[in-house]
Design a binder for this molecule. Structure first.
Ligand SMILES: [Zn+2]
Ligand SMILES: [Zn+2]
Length: 404
């Protein structure tokens, strides 16, 4: 457990405004790269603070910059703004009023916490250097962070380190965790097409049976992780969809198989893709089908650098959180990974689960009734604030002089 002797920043007066903001964002969820209203709300709040604001990065991304003192270091703090394409079954007064969109992952909370931290840092100014606030679009499956990086995020807004947080329903409110190294998995998708000729089900000898080949392939794909990957490495391969066939007496000409692969290590990821391609080629040869494989690596593993993971935990303790090391990474994935590929940094899990005995509903991420726990707002504001203050702590006078 990491402890701190620093009193947490007093942000209580910001809370009524932040809760109202968070619920307004929850009521108006917007999907990937269409966060127009959200981005406008964010940009106007940042401008009202007197910050330098840049809009239109990766479409709806917003960046603001705050400078203080003569320090030459800079830190990036990132929040995601998008909602999920899913039906909302919430019954709160602030439930979604956009059909088919729902803040089921708490990005409304992340955005509100980072805006709260901007307000707190503007008034407290207990740092020396530059803070960049990154509000990104399209975290949910569309790689908004990758697009921001490709559009020159770190060239325009150079950072010595970068940090982000996700609310974590599995952790009780008041706790926070992270670890050095992989925290969340790389996510890949595979799409396999098997083609026979199709034909009469009573004459199977006259066609290559794509459906039978698909059945064999599902079984063989499920042996890749257990037989081809070092038991000390963690990985998952799941087949999630099979499509093919229309009738009881027709052998289909085409069958499609789709699934996902999760891994933490680039070498294991390479071996899984290679084994998948070999397995498909082997089944094609044995069955006489033609096959096509599309293998897409959409998010890399989220890998924290050790010094920044330690700083993230120390800042959590400063914020009054019970901060501890995560025992193992999670198999979910996160596009902040693209920022961590370019810049040292760390990602934190912020507990937002209800305490035992609390009868109010607490739902997992991506659940139709999920709602961000507003009691986590001040904790996240204090954590972002403490990260900036630690990363940009005023240098000792000797260091300050020697840097000139
Ligand atoms: Zn999500
Ligand atoms: Zn999320």
């Amino acid at each position: 457990m990491t402890t701190s002797t620093i009193a947490p920043a007093d942000v209580d007066d910001l809370l009524p405004g932040l809760v109202a903001l968070r619920r307004d964002l929850h009521a108006h969820p917007e999907l990937a790269f269409a966060e127009h209203r959200t981005a406008a709300v964010v940009a106007s709040a940042l401008r009202a603070l007197g910050l330098e604001v840049h809009e239109g990065i990766a479409g709806t991304g917003v960046v603001a910059t705050l400078r203080c003192g003569t320090g030459y270091r800079s830190v990036g703090l990132r929040a995601d703004m998008d909602a999920l394409p899913m039906v909302s079954l919430g019954d709160q007064p602030w439930k979604s009023c956009h059909p088919g969109a729902h803040h089921g992952c708490g990005h409304d909370g992340h955005t509100s916490m980072l805006l709260g931290a901007a307000k707190q840092l503007v008034r407290s100014r207990r740092f020396s250097g530059t803070v960049h606030f990154f509000f990104q679009p399209a975290e949910e499956g569309h790689g908004g962070a990758r697009v921001m990086v490709e559009q020159g995020l770190f060239e325009r807004f150079p950072c010595d380190s970068v940090y982000a947080v996700h609310n974590w329903p599995d952790l009780p409110l008041g706790q926070a965790q992270t670890r050095a190294g992989p925290l969340m998995a790389a996510a890949d998708r595979f799409d396999i097409m098997l083609r026979g000729q199709g034909g009469h089900a009573a004459q199977p000898h006259r066609t290559a049976d794509a459906l039978l080949a698909a059945g064999q392939l599902v079984v063989l794909l499920n042996t890749i992780v257990s037989r081809r990957i070092d038991p000390g490495d963690s990985a998952v391969l799941s087949v999630t969809r099979i499509e093919g066939g229309h009738s009881h007496n027709v052998l289909p000409a085409e069958v499609r198989i789709t699934g996902t692969v999760r891994s933490f290590d680039a070498a294991a990821q390479d071996r899984i893709e290679a084994a998948l391609r070999d397995t498909v080629a082997g089944v094609a040869l044995a069955s006489g089908t033609e096959t096509q494989v599309q293998y897409t690596r959409y998010y890399p593993a989220t890998v924290n650098t050790p010094a920044e993971a330690a700083l993230a935990l120390a800042a959590a303790a400063d914020a009054g959180l019970q901060a501890s090391l995560a025992e193992r990474p999670a198999f979910t994935s996160e596009d902040f990974a693209f920022m961590l590929q370019r810049c040292p940094g760390a990602y934190l899990w912020l507990g937002q689960g209800r305490a035992a005995g609390d009868t109010r509903a607490s739902h997992p991420l991506h659940h139709p009734q999920y709602d961000f726990n507003d009691e986590a707002l001040p904790l996240g504001v204090r954590w972002f604030t403490a990260v900036a203050e630690r990363a940009l702590a005023a240098p000792a006078s000797s260091e300050h002089l020697s840097s000139r």
